[in-house]
Write a protein that binds this ligand. Structure first.
Ligand SMILES: [Zn+2]
Length: 508
């Protein structure tokens, strides 16, 4: 059927063209043989990625606590809580190029995994979620093959031995599995958990002492040449809790853990080509158990083979510390970003109720209803302008990186901590004191939006950089003792704008 024109016509009469079989489309593709679309054909013809590993036999799923030494095909899942490079000199071309000793932990126990690799190590990081298949669990009693915190071990060389495997879950890790520390009981304090200050004051001698810290800043990754000429990588983090601050040094393969990067080098899991996020200053919480500690003028922490580290553990103390950190950062912020989507300039301008506050009113309302968000007008006199002074001190623009202030007479600068470019905004301090008949607002307490800066300065903020000495003086003098109306918003949420008065626009 369909050989002659007549047959086609009768079929078309019964089946009106669908979008896929419209005449135009049909002439575009030369022949429609088997009903596969061009896309399907293209996908099918593409070279296949390496076959995903298939278990050659049945492996018993097990909690880490239930593993025992001896031959048995078992599989278990957990998070990497330590990562140690093992010195290894390849003897033959086919022998392993390297070995890492991992400590893998679920919520029931921890085990050492010695992972050999021929080419390169999978992109494992502290906190990575992994699944492991092995035929044998060993007892590392002598302590060199495993560590005291995880005495049992499994030895894997997946590239040479198809009966064992390590899968790194990058795509399927939603960040919630195996996040509870060992021994955590809901509603009970975590055993051996102490503040950083107590740890420094002698707690570091307690076996398996635990500290919970938030990452305050992440330094640049460095290459360090050791005394024996070998090269290793190092990264230093500043960590803190509400009592003290310390440096945490990560060496070798662990130095990559805090950094975000594309994960494509994984040879055991070729599907994993995604960008994994790095740790974040002010956000990432680390639970360290038994860290190495050097006390000099400052505190230096590092990972020993017995240390375990939980990244963003799912415990109430971690949530508390993260909240503390956010509050702390916004309170100390030099020039917090102007809050987006919190206030509505259109409603201030043309809403049914347009409210003119005095500074004293604002103070009263903020005290009476500390959780409220409100907005309105303030009419103030600028009594102090420090434009000229800040220009001379090269601090016209300000920002923050690695928990350090960054100043420049420029819209970008380089952070001294991490060598990254930091985008700067006009320093709020260039407007000193403002006042009205009722009260005074101190320097830096007004946070201007870009629009407000434009209205106040009569130019784009970056335009300040084009002004010469005389012109800056002139602009300063023009602003000083100016009466301006501020369209402002205020919120009791200190994590927004650090409790300052947000100026959305200025009417001169
Ligand atoms: Zn930085």
């Amino acid at each position: 059927m369909g050989g002659n024109g007549k047959g086609d016509a009768s079929i078309h009469a019964f089946f009106p063209p669908t979008p896929q079989s419209s005449p135009v489309k049909r002439s575009a593709t030369a022949h429609i043989g088997d009903g596969f679309t061009a896309d399907e054909l293209r996908t099918a013809l593409q070279p296949k990625p390496a076959e995903p590993w298939q278990p050659p036999s049945e492996y018993t799923e097990s909690d880490i606590r239930d593993l025992y030494p001896g031959p048995k095909a078992v599989t278990f899942m957990g998070r990497v809580c330590n990562l140690f490079d093992v010195a290894n000199t390849p003897k033959t071309p086919r022998s392993a190029k390297g070995c890492v000793k991992l400590c893998v932990k679920d919520e029931t126990g921890a085990i050492t995994v010695r992972l050999w690799y021929a080419d390169h190590m999978p992109a494992l990081r502290l906190g990575s979620l992994v699944s492991i298949w092995t035929n044998h669990i060993s007892n590392g009693e002598n302590g060199t093959l495993s560590s005291a915190s995880a005495p049992l071990y499994a030895s894997l060389f997946p590239e040479r031995d198809r009966s064992c495997h390590l899968m790194l879950h990058e795509n399927s890790d939603n960040g919630s599995m195996h996040k509870k520390p060992l021994g955590f009981r809901k509603g009970q304090p975590l055993a051996r958990l102490m503040t950083l200050q107590s740890f420094i004051d002698g707690g570091c001698d307690v076996l398996d002492a635990r500290i919970l810290v938030v990452v305050k800043s992440i330094g640049p990754k460095k290459r360090v040449t050791r005394k024996d000429e070998t090269v290793t990588e190092n990264i230093s983090l500043t960590v803190q809790d509400d009592t003290a601050e310390a440096t945490l040094g990560l060496w070798g393969s662990t130095a990559a853990s805090p950094l975000g990067r594309a994960v494509s080098e994984s040879s055991t899991n070729p599907e994993a080509v995604i960008v994994s996020e790095g740790w974040e200053a002010g956000e990432t919480i680390l639970l360290l158990q038994g860290p190495g500690c050097k006390l000099n003028r400052s505190t230096y922490l590092n990972l020993t083979s017995a240390t375990t580290i939980d990244v963003d553990p799912d415990i109430p103390d971690a949530a508390w510390l993260r909240h503390w950190s956010v509050r702390q950062r916004s309170r100390e912020a030099i020039n917090p970003p102007f809050p987006e989507g919190v206030f509505d300039l259109t409603i201030i301008r043309s809403g049914p109720v347009r409210c003119l506050y005095t500074i004293a009113d604002l103070d009263e309302v903020a005290r009476a209803a500390p959780t409220e968000t409100f907005q309105g007008y303030l009419s103030v006199l600028i009594t102090e302008v420090k434009l000229h002074e800040y220009r001379k001190r090269r601090m016209l623009f300000a920002g923050e990186c690695c928990s350090m202030p960054v100043y420049a007479n420029d819209v970008v600068a380089t952070c001294k901590g991490c060598d990254q470019r930091v985008v700067l905004r006009v320093s709020p301090k260039i407007i000193g004191q403002v006042m009205d008949e009722t009260a005074v607002v101190g320097p830096g307490r007004l946070l201007f939006s870009d629009r407000a800066w434009r209205s106040l300065l009569g130019r784009e903020p970056a335009g300040l950089l084009k002004l010469g000495d005389e012109e800056t003086r002139y602009l300063s003098d023009r602003l000083l003792f100016c009466r301006v109306t501020l369209l402002f918003g205020w919120t009791g949420d200190e994590s927004v704008a650090g409790g300052g008065i947000c100026v959305l626009d200025v009417i001169a």
